[in-house]
Write a protein that binds this ligand. Structure first.
Ligand code: AFD
Ligand code: MN
Ligand code: MN
Length: 424
């Protein structure tokens, strides 16, 4: 299914007067409104290939219909999102779920939608049918060198596939760890992991980055080898400049202060970027902003201040990706909501009066600091985000547009109702 520009224009015309009123109201209250609109329009969020189908849980999966069956169809789905909101300009592949067999068609299809390829993800948390040795007891940390070598080789192959499509980063998420006390030797396991990572790092092209993602629990329930930002940061520091820590919002223990973690990693120049999602209990992978939008806003406040202090390009210098997928929503609608939630938090962080916040901090005045932060957080910036979309050629109201176009019904017509997205 292709989204014609004329249909977006029609939708925008219908919603124009209401939007204009709301935008004018917002723009009179927000300083530098035009430059903020431009920044929001430039900010692109990567869609992971595995979020385009229903995620499911270990208890079951209630598959949606018309899910993408191939990598090319996954690219088409991201193309649809990008056509609607002009903010999903890249896709992140997971190898071997998204093996790039025909790089030319993959690249051509992506560029027909104006898409690029963000970080490639390796997968050593599952055994593949063709694979001789099992990852049941670990991959890069395994006691058996042959298993470690197999996992290293897979990562190098993942880099190679990423090069075929123009990716510039490898994301390493390890499920290695243990389920029971005494099962592994923590120190040996760390050292073996570092050794394996060094081999992968050596294979990294000079203009690539290696993102090391951490996770506190699951699938291993007693210890995870890369269990928090501290382990990830140690690996990244020992590896070198191209290795950085990736923060997934759902991968912390309850109540962790993620914004503080972000601030310090940025200060050290060691933050790779983000996997956005939301959660109430653990790694719930729910729609961004659906549970705790204030935390997301506070994270963005640190990101914006950290990037500005280091004169970084907001849109390009860090990796921005959604990592969410679950059982109950249409995945494409879910992603439209997640993107909007990220844009709202980013916009709110941009309008924080940082001068006043700095003064409050210097005066040890927590009351004034809270006033400054909450003045931004409680501002309805949705008209600014909608205006950014409109100026970039997207739809003023993405979900309404998606529904009025019957996108899902069209996809079911093209692909059938019993499709299942690969990898999930
Ligand atoms: C995991 C991690 C990681 C991984 C993904 C795969 O967040 O980013 O690649 O899910 O489904 O929980
Ligand atoms: Mn993740
Ligand atoms: Mn996760």
């Amino acid at each position: 299914m292709q989204i014609k520009k004329s249909l977006i224009a029609e939708h925008n015309d219908l919603n124009c007067s209401e939007h204009q009123r709301r935008f004018e109201w917002a723009s009179t209250r927000i300083a530098n409104c035009d430059s903020i609109v431009a920044r929001v329009a430039a900010f692109q969020i990567t869609i992971p290939s595995w979020a385009l189908g229903t995620g499911g849980t270990r208890f079951g999966r209630f598959a949606g219909s018309g899910e993408p069956r191939t990598l090319l169809e996954k690219i088409d789905d991201v193309g649809l999102l990008h056509a609607i909101n002009r903010s999903c300009g890249s896709i992140s592949l997971h190898i071997p779920w998204d093996s790039v067999d025909d790089a030319y068609s993959v690249r051509t299809r992506a560029s027909s939608h104006g898409l690029q390829f963000d970080a490639v993800n390796s997968n050593t948390f599952q055994d593949q049918p063709s694979q001789p040795l099992s990852y049941k007891f670990g991959s890069l940390s395994h006691v058996d060198k042959a298993v470690r070598n197999q996992a290293v080789e897979h990562n190098i192959e993942t880099i190679r596939q990423g090069e075929l499509v123009g990716s510039k980063a490898l994301t390493l998420w390890l499920s290695d760890g243990s389920c029971f006390p005494g099962q592994i030797d923590f120190r040996r396991s760390f050292e073996r992991t570092l050794e394996s990572m060094k081999q992968i790092y050596r294979a990294l092209p000079a203009d690539w980055k290696m993102y090391i993602e951490y996770k506190a629990f699951e699938p291993n329930m007693y210890s995870m080898t890369v269990g928090d930002w501290g382990y990830s940061h140690m690996f990244a520091s020992k590896l070198g400049k191209q290795a950085l820590t990736l923060v997934d919002l759902g991968h912390h223990l309850p109540s962790a202060n993620i914004e503080q973690i972000v601030a310090i990693l940025m200060m050290e120049g060691k933050l790779a970027g983000f996997h956005f999602n939301d959660s109430k209990y653990g790694d719930d992978d729910l729609t961004v902003g659906s549970i705790n939008p204030y935390q997301l806003f506070l994270v963005f406040c640190e990101l914006v201040r950290g990037m500005d202090e280091q004169k970084m390009d907001h849109a390009r210098d860090l990796g921005w990706m959604i990592d969410a997928s679950h059982n109950v929503k249409d995945p494409l609608e879910d992603l439209l909501q997640s993107v909007e939630a990220i844009q709202i938090a980013y916009t709110q962080a941009l309008i924080v009066d940082s001068q006043a916040l700095f003064q409050a901090q210097e005066a040890s005045d927590p009351v004034a600091a809270q006033e400054v932060l909450q003045a931004a957080f409680r501002t309805d910036v949705r008209p600014i985000v909608a205006e950014a979309r409109r100026r970039a050629g997207g739809a003023l109201r993405p979900i309404e547009f998606f529904r009025s176009m019957n996108v899902r019904a069209n996809l079911i017509g093209e692909r059938g109702s019993l499709t299942r997205s690969t990898g999930l």
